[in-house]
Design a protein around this ligand. Structure first.
Ligand code: FAD
Length: 310
């Protein structure tokens, strides 16, 4: 059995590495499980990040994450590129188990496992991510000035993304598989009143076209099966997110959408000594800087919790 650590961090996106940096600088020697194939988190899959403060000319997503990783390591964070496959957070000493079956123990745990955007599951979707295909209007809208854009989805997020994108775009087509929207009435009214927004009702994306960049879509009518071409150079997919809380669902309180509940503005979860930060908690902002911000809060909350134990 391993020694009891002060703090274990599960997850290595902006929230996890920031929590690692702060707890390492507080001499807590954090042990960080980064994930086996997705170490570095969501920004490892993107190109230019232009809205993380401190980088005047922007920075590539993987470079930003390498910098965060290196900064945490410099102060003594111990980083392990492995997944945690089970946890027991109920006792005073928490345990987490890695893929080799090794059990690690700590007085505090910070959960920063992020959330996964839902995909359409089409060929080319991943290959053209950052090359016309996006999951975040706030992040990428600026790159689409005067483009023709499609937004897929019919909920609040999709309509919010579409109205935001219409500031930049030449046109925005909302592609929705039904003939009415799920979004709130106020959102719908805004979208219907926007002259740049039009609707492809009863439609789904059948194919995504393009070699180096998105060049267009084929839509399929969900009632008739008929196909049609939609010549767009931007595709924003807003069909939902799945917070990565599977491991915690029987031990930590989650909200109705599966996000980790915290006692905001603190990062305390429903279990003493367990803290949550980043996109696994947040279904509102979902930005690298907000994830880093709450990662900092979680580290400070954990630090104070540990100090009170001493
Ligand atoms: P994530 O970055 O998702 O990291 C979660 C981490 O947890 C991963 O490393 C994963 O490996 C790990 N993990 C999960 N489960 C386990 C487990 N069981 N064991 C161990 N580790 C585990 N935001 C911006 O501000 N600007 C942008 O330009 C921008 N562009 C984006 C482009 C794309 C394509 C995407 C998908 C997102 C973009 N975002 C952008 C959003 C931003 O990436 C997220 O808001 C941010 O990464 C959330 O950080 P996080 O630390 O909460 O989670």
């Amino acid at each position: 059995m391993s020694d009891v650590r002060n703090v274990i961090i599960i997850g290595s996106g902006p929230a996890g590495y920031t929590a690692a940096l702060y707890t390492a600088r507080a001499s807590l020697k954090p042990l960080v499980f980064e994930g086996a194939v997705t170490a570095g988190g969501a920004l490892m899959n993107t190109t230019e990040v232009e809205n993380f403060p401190g980088f005047q000319d922007g920075i590539m997503g993987p470079d930003l994450m390498d910098n965060m990783r290196g900064q945490a390591e410099r102060f003594g964070a111990e980083l392990v590129p492995d997944d945690i496959v089970s946890v027991d957070l109920t006792g005073e000493i928490k345990t987490v188990t890695d893929t080799a079956g090794t059990v690690h123990r700590a007085k505090a745990v910070i959960v920063t496992t992020g959330s996964q955007h839902r995909k359409l599951g089409l060929p080319n979707e991943d290959a053209l991510s950052g090359r016309g295909v996006s999951w975040c209007a706030t992040c990428d809208g600026f790159f689409f000035k005067d483009h023709d854009i499609a937004v897929v989805g019919g909920g609040d997020t999709a309509i919010e993304e579409a109205t935001f994108l219409s500031r930049f775009a030449k046109s925005v087509t909302i592609v929705h598989r039904r003939d009415s929207l799920r979004a709130s009435k106020a959102m719908q009214d805004r979208a219907f009143a926007d002259p740049k927004i039009s609707f492809a009702w009863d439609s789904e994306v059948a194919e995504i076209h393009g070699e180096q960049k998105l060049s267009g879509l084929t839509l399929r009518n969900t009632k008739t099966g008929e196909t049609s071409a939609l010549p767009v150079t931007g595709l924003f997919i807003a069909v939902g997110h799945d917070p990565r809380t599977e491991l915690f669902k029987d031990q930590l309180e989650l909200d109705e959408e599966g996000y980790l509940k915290v006692d905001a503005p603190s990062t305390r979860t429903s279990v003493t000594g367990v803290f949550g930060a980043g996109d696994v908690v947040d279904h509102t902002y979902r930005q690298a800087i907000t994830a880093a911000g709450t990662g900092c809060s979680a580290a400070l909350d954990a630090e104070r919790f540990l100090a009170a134990l001493a």
